[in-house]
Design a protein around this ligand. Structure first.
Ligand code: TYD
Ligand code: MG
Length: 466
């Protein structure tokens, strides 16, 4: 029988090899390559099974809304898309100590108080520790069912008895192990095997299962990336070390949007929901200092105003530094290149630092204009108007391009007391007039630079070429 050439498959990334190797060249994982052809070769004379016939369905027909279980925490429900879905599995990832266990015990307590059966299985902490935390949060009396267990078979057998729990929390998937797999607990294969068993249980019983997952230094959910593919939704809980803000973000969601964020604040009494994040992110502004600007952004369906800070200073190094926190480094390089090429702003001899205040991470290209304004303002030493917001995408030609949902951005700015918007002309037609904001058209980056240079009466650096 002809030997199948590429039957050794990396169990972490799926790369295929003709022979076994200790390390996967594609993803760098050790000991992850398994011989998937072995099963076929073991049964050389296996006859082809006759397929069972099944009925094909038309696309039209009766549909049922995913039966959801809202947690009652609005910020959490916003990210899941309206609640936990029956029979679905959700993976919650985040750095250690970010507050995953806190968030889940709070959600569990709420649901349990609402009369649902909720089980919290901790593989990391003893029952007493979980209890202690719940008591400290004032949730001691909630009828959550607790256990400190790590064997998936035991967990499935126990929870399969009696009325199925509506919600099962597994904290964390890396501590679980299953008899079905021979490798040691914590290995990629174990984590995957345990996740598979729990997913099967969720589908079979109709319980919603939440798996907590650790995140590695480079931001990936540790262990197999495959777990991310196996589950229905992946949420990530993020925050910057020294800040109290925590942001819950959907990375993948089969039953809802992936662009919504939930904002929380870690307090002495656990996680507090933040209903108006703009106020929070703008609460500590340095009004009127050069290099700070307010960006009118959109996160999912919700407008979000946030401060962007830049520092541009002469460098003492051979290669100037470019450092970004909360934004995309390659977008910064692009904005700097456009400033040099089309506006004559020379930054080759300057270090550039850009920071999004409050520990938020922005992904929108609409922040280009705000970032450019902050950079030019810092370079010129000229403060921007404190009552203005900025938004617009910059193209490589130096033009400022329209962005989506301009009216929503401006409405939020007006609500928070801003008086002026700097944006591309298209936004004016989108209802700038009914928000009451004064509108300043910025159709090219050169306009913006000229405007800032003109307003600065102590320009340290010549911004535009003679
Ligand atoms: P935890 O939920 O245990 O994090 P994770 O499960 O993601 O590892 O949260 C631990 C951190 O949260 C810890 O540093 C203390 C802080 N914390 C508070 O500030 N207030 C609180 O009420 C609680 C319960 C925790
Ligand atoms: Mg924990």
């Amino acid at each position: 029988m002809a030997k199948n050439t590429a039957s050794f498959i990396c169990q972490n990334c799926g790369a295929a090899y003709g022979r076994w190797a200790g390390k996967c060249e594609a993803c760098g994982e050790w000991n992850s390559i398994a011989d998937e052809g072995a099963a076929d070769r073991a049964l050389p004379g296996r006859s082809a099974r006759k397929g069972r016939l099944f009925e094909l369905q038309p696309l039209t027909g009766e549909t049922h809304d995913a039966p959801r279980l809202p947690s009652g925490m609005a910020e959490l429900d916003r990210v899941t898309g309206g609640g936990f879905v029956r029979g679905s599995v959700l993976l919650l990832g985040g750095d250690p100590g970010i507050g995953k266990s806190t968030l889940l015990i709070q959600a569990a307590a709420r649901l349990a108080r609402g009369g649902h059966r909720v089980a919290y299985i901790s593989g990391e902490e003893a029952v007493a520790q979980v209890r202690l935390r719940a008591e400290r949060l004032g949730l001691g009396s909630a009828p959550v069912e607790l256990a400190a267990e790590t064997s998936v078979e035991d967990i499935v057998a126990t929870l399969g008895q009696g009325k199925t729990p509506r919600l099962i929390i597994i904290d964390s998937i890396q501590t679980m192990w299953t008899d079905a797999v021979e490798s040691a607990p914590g290995t990629v294969t174990q984590v995957r095997g345990a996740a598979q068993a729990l997913i099967r249980f969720a589908k079979r019983s109709g319980a919603a299962v939440i798996l907590v997952g650790h995140v590695t230094k480079d931001g990936q959910i540790a262990g197999p990336r495959v777990v991310e593919h196996m589950v229905d939704a992946v949420l990530s809980f993020e925050g910057e070390g020294s800040h109290q803000f925590r942001i819950l973000r959907a990375v993948k969601n089969r039953f809802g949007p992936t662009d919504e964020i939930g904002v929380f604040e870690m307090s002495g009494l656990g996680l507090r929901e933040v209903y108006n994040p703009s106020e929070l992110f703008l609460s500590e502004r340095d009004l009127g200092s050069p290099g700070t600007v307010v960006f009118a952004g959109i996160e999912g369906s919700r407008p979000l105003l946030v401060e962007i800070q830049a520092l541009v200073a002469p460098t003492s190094l051979g290669t100037p530094r470019r450092s970004v926190v909360g934004w995309d480094g390659s977008r910064l390089s692009m904005v700097l290149a456009v400033l040099e090429a089309h506006c004559g702003v020379k930054l080759g001899g300057h270090d550039v630092y850009l920071n999004v205040a409050g520990g938020l991470r922005i992904n929108e290209p609409a922040a280009d204009l705000a970032a450019a304004a902050a950079l030019v303002s810092s370079l010129a030493g000229a403060a921007l108007p404190a009552d203005a917001v900025y938004f617009g995408e910059i193209s490589l030609s130096g033009a400022v391009r329209p962005v989506a949902q301009s009216a929503t951005r401006m409405k939020e700015a007006a609500k928070l007391g801003f008086a002026r918007a700097f944006a591309p002309d298209s936004a004016r037609n989108e209802g700038a007039s009914d928000t009451g904001l004064a509108f300043s058209t910025v159709n090219s980056l050169a306009d913006l630079v000229a405007g800032i240079a003109a307003s600065s009466n102590r320009t340290r650096v010549r911004l535009a070429p003679a």
